[in-house]
Design a protein. Structure first.
Length: 227
């Protein structure tokens, strides 16, 4: 399993999430050395990030740290996940994004101080794309995954979208693709975000058509995030 997590996250926190004035202030206080993080990182947000170490993900799910969105919350972190074909690791059949937002002051719409935003998308078989209940099925993938992983949450909202892409050559239709996109956000009830990350990974893999796999899993290394 390919995992690229580390001190880059903290550079993102310092450089990519604040206004210019706030960036300068945080650059003075953040320290990146020997796994020690300055107290400029709020304890709850640090605990949330540290909780993402050591959990299990299936080997077809490739996790990578990316720059987080700016201006939504004072603190944020983001990961992307790509799903590879079980028999061809160079073939990608699904992808997603996992974003953590933290505002010490809280936000009314979140009903809390922390918010998780996820995206899971994949190409579907044509016959499945025609299923009138696809939206309900896609949403059930997410809610069932949250329940299976025992991820405590509230204020869940989101959408399930199907998109048809058709490629033409002249006047002829060469082929068509149907994609599903599951977008959702919720407020976790604790700073332990590992169950939430696993639920998102499970949802993304299900959307990509991978069968359940409870045994063939890999651990994230313990040196993730703050090493």
């Amino acid at each position: 399993m390919q995992v690229r997590l580390g001190s880059y996250l903290l550079r993102v926190l310092a450089l990519g999430l604040f206004s210019v004035a706030a960036r300068l202030e945080h650059l003075k206080t953040l320290k990146f050395y020997s796994g020690i993080v300055d107290t400029a990182i709020p304890p709850d947000f640090k605990a949330a990030l540290l909780s993402l170490r050591g959990h299990q993900l299936r080997p077809e799910f490739l996790l990578q740290e990316v720059p987080a969105p700016a201006k939504i919350a004072p603190y944020a972190a983001a990961l992307t996940g790509d799903v590879t074909h079980p028999e061809d690791s160079d073939s990608f059949i699904g992808s997603g994004r996992f974003v953590i937002l933290y505002d010490p002051a809280g936000q009314a719409a979140w009903e809390g101080t922390m918010r998780i935003i996820v995206l899971s998308k994949a190409q579907l078989e044509p016959e499945m794309g025609e299923d009138p209940f696809l939206g309900e099925v896609g949403w059930a993938w997410l809610t069932d995954a949250l329940q299976e992983e025992q991820a405590a949450y509230h204020a869940l909202s989101g959408t399930v979208t199907r998109a048809l892409s058709e490629t033409f050559g002249g006047l002829e239709l060469h082929y068509g693709n149907v994609h599903i996109e599951i977008r959702a956000s919720w407020t976790p009830k604790s700073t332990d975000l590992a169950p939430h990350l696993r639920a998102w990974a499970l949802t993304t893999c299900q959307a990509a058509g991978l069968p359940p796999d409870s045994e063939n899993v890999s651990n994230l290394p313990d040196q993730s995030w703050f090493s």
